[in-house]
Design a protein around this ligand. Structure first.
Ligand code: G1P
Length: 296
């Protein structure tokens, strides 16, 4: 039996090569690309901490150093800002250092998301834990992970975040079939999971978005999960193999989600979030209104 108690560990896979953003990602990990002025990875760690997860494990690769540096102190920069009396920037520099307890492990030979999660087995041990994928950003005003943690604590097993997507896009995601319509709380029982099904074979338009709260049994299952779609060890396949053995629930998310997985979505995310900010929004929107009509 998994150890029960408050869930406190989060795993963030961060070993992807970020090829869609080359050459920016030749020497800089894609997780460090700024969303306005904050690296995407910091927003993900902040989300984990806000959900009560204070122990964060990054599963990284060659990109480890920049990530580690970002969550560490930079004494000379702090001293320089302090000497100038620039408390606002000093606060920004120190923000990422005071987040949870961040640990690192390397994935080595990356063999898919399931493999990345398996690499976390030793650190996580025999307790439920969360997985957050950095390509999906969830708006902090629409807390999703906290609810997922509660659902796992009440019902056990695996809990995944789902979102309805346009039918033609479902083949880009893991897809879930559910029992009955979601209630007001969005919680559903999942009957089937398929990784990136062809559009005409998809059992629904409910896509897995990158938030999971998992039972530690997943490690045992991942150890024997054969490579699936794309020749990679898929987390979706391992969760599917656990159906009937442990509960599997989804939380259908109806809040704001931003995609940073490819260049166009990334640009849209940056513009959207910058336009909502007090320090940049009014000027950015005024400029966009003036500039857009000139584009024909
Ligand atoms: C991964 C998962 C997929 C999920 C997606 C969410 O795919 O394998 O099930 O829907 O994340 O972003 P990836 O986008 O890494 O190919």
């Amino acid at each position: 039996m998994p150890i029960r108690g408050p869930i406190r560990k989060a795993v963030i896979p961060a070993a992807g090569l970020g090829t869609r953003f080359l050459p920016a990602t030749k020497a800089v990990p894609k997780e460090m690309l700024p969303v306005v002025d904050t690296p995407a990875i910091q927003l993900v760690v902040e989300e984990a901490v806000a959900a009560g997860l204070t122990d964060v494990l990054m599963v990284s690769g060659r990109t480890k150093r920049a990530l580690e540096d970002h969550f560490d102190r930079v004494i000379e920069l702090e001293l320089a800002l302090e000497a100038k009396g620039d408390t606002e920037r000093l606060r920004k520099v120190q923000e990422s250092t005071h987040l949870g307890d961040v640990h690192y492990v390397r994935q080595g030979d990356p063999k898919g998301l399931g493999h990345a999660v398996l690499v976390a087995a030793e650190h996580v041990g025999n307790e439920p834990f969360a997985v957050l994928l950095g390509d999906d950003l969830i708006d902090h005003r629409d807390p999703l992970l906290k609810q997922m943690v509660q659902v796992q604590e009440e019902r056990g097993g695996n809990v995944i975040a789902l979102m309805e997507v346009p039918h033609e896009q479902i083949s880009m995601y893991g897809c879930a079939a559910i029992k009955g319509p979601p209630g007001d709380d969005g919680v559903v029982e999942i009957t089937e999971l398929v990784e990136k099904p062809p559009v005409d074979e998809a059992p629904s338009d409910l896509a897995i978005i990158g938030r999971y709260v998992l039972s530690p049994t997943i490690f045992e299952v991942l150890r024997t999960t054969p490579p699936g779609r794309g020749g990679e060890i898929q987390l979706t396949d391992a969760m599917a193999a656990m159906i009937g053995r442990e509960p599997l629930h989804g939380v259908v998310f109806r809040g704001r989600r931003y995609d940073t997985g490819d260049r166009l979505d990334y640009l849209k995310t940056v513009v959207k979030l910058a336009s909502e900010r007090d320090d940049l929004g009014p000027q950015l929107l005024a400029w966009l209104r003036e500039w857009l009509p000139q584009q024909g």
